[in-house]
Design a protein around this ligand. Structure first.
Ligand SMILES: NC(=O)c1ccc[n+]([C@@H]2O[C@H](COP(=O)([O-])OP(=O)(O)OC[C@H]3O[C@@H](n4cnc5c(N)ncnc54)[C@H](O)[C@@H]3O)[C@@H](O)[C@H]2O)c1
Length: 245
């Protein structure tokens, strides 16, 4: 079942999957909307096996340093990225426990590992996603609910377009030189990790944070330099894919 705010996007994915998929228009920042959606899931299926918390917002130039950030923008970002995660877990995990267990997959970001300067609300929401994953893994492991997290970077989606690719200051070629794999990640690559975490193939993983970033966070820690045997050139200056300047 796809819970999504954007009707065309959610219904479109459900239609593409076919008869076995459904769509419930849901605003994850609204606890009543989330409670209603999980109520509908319980009524229709009587169980929940996998909860993939993937929706978030990135508000571009409105997200700033804590000193420059408006209170409204802070609340808006936290209300979707963190409160939305809380509501989905609050109403989803009890149903999962009643079903005998399952897998929760949260979506953080390289922002949770590196921080993104001048994007303090987004960074805070993703840092909290990582630590909440670890707490929930301990809390719900005894109920046979595994809680893991994917921390992506530079995946080619509308969010990446908004955060980087459409930004005239973003140095795409510099980024490709800094990224060990020399490219963006794809949504299919993230979906395969989510599928692994949802399946019994990952049955002993609980509380794990998978950096799905092609090694970008490692090069960031080492100064943004890539040295390869074939001599692919290095970018002297680190530029995070989600960094705006
Ligand atoms: N794309 C990247 O490079 C990147 C990097 C790091 C982390 N992430 C994380 O990956 C996840 C997916 O990001 P994406 O790149 O696909 O973003 P996206 O903006 O392309 O898609 C986000 C989806 O969330 C939905 N959404 C937004 N607000 C919602 C709400 N209140 N209720 C329900 N649905 C809502 C949107 O309609 C949209 O379909 C996010 O958690 C994001 O923070 C992405």
């Amino acid at each position: 079942m796809i819970l999504e705010l954007n009707e065309a996007a959610g219904q479109g994915v459900a239609d593409a999957i076919g008869d076995r998929a459904g769509f419930i228009q849901t605003d994850i920042s609204d606890h009543k909307s989330v409670e209603g959606a999980f109520g509908q899931i319980e009524q229709q299926f009587g169980r929940l096996d996998v909860l993939y918390n993937n929706a978030s917002i990135f508000l571009g130039d409105s997200d700033r340093t804590v000193c420059d950030l408006s209170v409204d923008v802070w609340h808006k970002i936290l209300s979707v990225n963190l409160h939305g995660l809380f509501y989905c877990c609050k109403f989803g995990i009890p149903l999962m426990i009643k079903s005998g267990g399952g897998a929760v997959i949260n979506t953080a970001s390289s922002a949770a590992i590196l921080g993104i300067p001048r994007c303090d609300a987004y960074t805070a929401s993703k840092g909290a996603t990582v630590t909440l994953t670890r707490s929930m893994a301990v809390e719900f492991g005894p109920h046979n609910v595994r809680v893991n997290c994917i921390a992506p970077a530079a995946i080619d989606t509308p969010m990446l377009r908004q955060s980087s690719r459409d930004n005239p200051h973003f140095d795409e070629q510099g980024f490709f030189k800094m990224a060990p794999l020399g490219r963006y990640g794809t949504t299919e690559e993230i979906a395969k990790i989510a599928l692994f975490l949802a399946s019994d193939e990952s049955s002993y993983l609980n509380g794990t944070i998978i950096a799905a970033d092609g090694g970008i966070t490692i090069t960031s820690f080492s100064g943004g330099t890539v040295r390869t045997e074939n001599g692919r050139s290095a970018s002297d200056e680190l530029q995070s894919p989600l960094d705006k300047q």
